[in-house]
Design a protein around this ligand. Structure first.
Ligand SMILES: [Zn+2]
Length: 331
């Protein structure tokens, strides 16, 4: 983990922690709340390193032996509780309590991190509450949760909440490109998804490339005055049967349609499928803005209902027909 990347991605959360630390006003328990992939765990390690770092200033330095051991989870003053079988059980909290009731091997504050704290079962939550209520000097709890409302109110009231925002799109794109993902769909993936995890799932869809090609084929056929519905049936019919792929298909359609709208209003920089800009701008001229917006609205509605929509295929057919109808002769 690079503390610098973290600084860019979760500035507010880091500022809250650093300010409290500098003022000597740390809380003994924190709830880091935010979506998966918003770097809550990395920030918990940042917090532990802030407390344990050997440097006099610019803490945490990220390079001293304490910072390094925190980052590798090998420092004895760090303890992580994780769910077993998607749930945190009482035994895991008891193990934490036992570990931290031993005499310290090393000087300095102790920090425990409860990952996915919102998966604690009631026994575990009560055990944790008791542990929090006991006086412990120099001990800090960090509970990571996607939704803090799923935690016991008594746990919430004893903890300071730190909000985590979805990562900036640029950070997702940068993270994925550093992981070696090819650039072709990176912008699309990071615009469509809130976390690197979701973006990875999107990019790992083996049908992604063919999906993009078939959506492209639909708009190209409109451009060439051919029937979009026929092209869609030829090219994309097979994707409609697969739930994951139909979600990708809709995402790609939505962004292509948005690109047409950006083309129409002359907002070139926003266009995702920049390599198709000629087709997009030529097509955009042949639609009324209202018609483009109406089709987009249908796509978004379908996407929202897609999980329980029985006839996605029919709905998509209708969208193709809408696209055909709205098209006027070249102006
Ligand atoms: Zn350090």
């Amino acid at each position: 983990m690079d503390f610098k990347n973290l600084q860019e991605a979760q500035k507010t959360a880091l500022n809250i922690l650093v300010n409290s630390y500098q003022r000597g006003r740390l809380s003994h328990a924190y709830i880091f709340e935010g979506a998966a992939g918003s770097m809550k765990f990395d920030t918990a390690l940042f917090f532990a390193a802030l407390l344990l770092c050997k440097a006099e200033e610019h803490r945490p330095c990220g390079t001293c032996s304490n910072c390094r051991r925190v980052q590798h989870l090998t420092h004895p003053n760090i303890y992580v509780v994780r769910p077993t079988k998607r749930q945190i059980v009482k035994e895991s909290i008891q193990a934490l309590r036992q570990e931290f009731s031993k005499t310290k091997i090393e000087e300095g504050p102790r920090v425990y991190i409860v990952e996915d704290a919102d998966t604690m079962n009631p026994h575990a939550a009560n055990a944790l509450l008791k542990f929090l209520e006991e006086p412990h000097e120099d001990m800090y709890a960090i509970l990571l949760a996607e939704d803090a409302m799923n935690l016991l109110p008594t746990l919430r009231s004893r903890s300071q909440s730190v909000p985590f925002h979805p990562l900036p799109k640029g950070t997702i794109e940068k993270t994925l490109s550093e992981e070696g993902y090819e650039t072709t769909y990176l912008t699309l993936a990071s615009r469509l998804n809130d976390t690197p995890e979701e973006a990875r799932v999107f990019l790992d869809d083996e049908n992604l490339e063919s999906v993009v090609e078939s959506v492209d084929a639909v708009y190209s056929s409109l451009h060439e005055n051919q029937a979009a519905l026929l092209t869609f049936r030829e090219q994309a019919e097979e994707f409609v049967r697969n739930k994951q792929t139909v979600a990708t298909l809709l995402d790609v359609f939505i962004h292509y349609q948005k690109d047409l709208i950006y083309g129409k209003i002359g907002n070139r920089n926003q266009i995702v499928f920049a390599d198709r800009i000629d087709t997009i701008e030529a097509l955009a001229k042949r639609y009324e803005l209202n018609d483009l917006l109406a089709v987009l609205e249908h796509m978004l509605q379908l996407k929202a209902r897609q999980k329980n929509y029985v006839n996605t295929r029919l709905a998509l057919d209708n969208i193709m027909l809408d696209l055909e109808r709205g098209l006027t002769d070249e102006k």
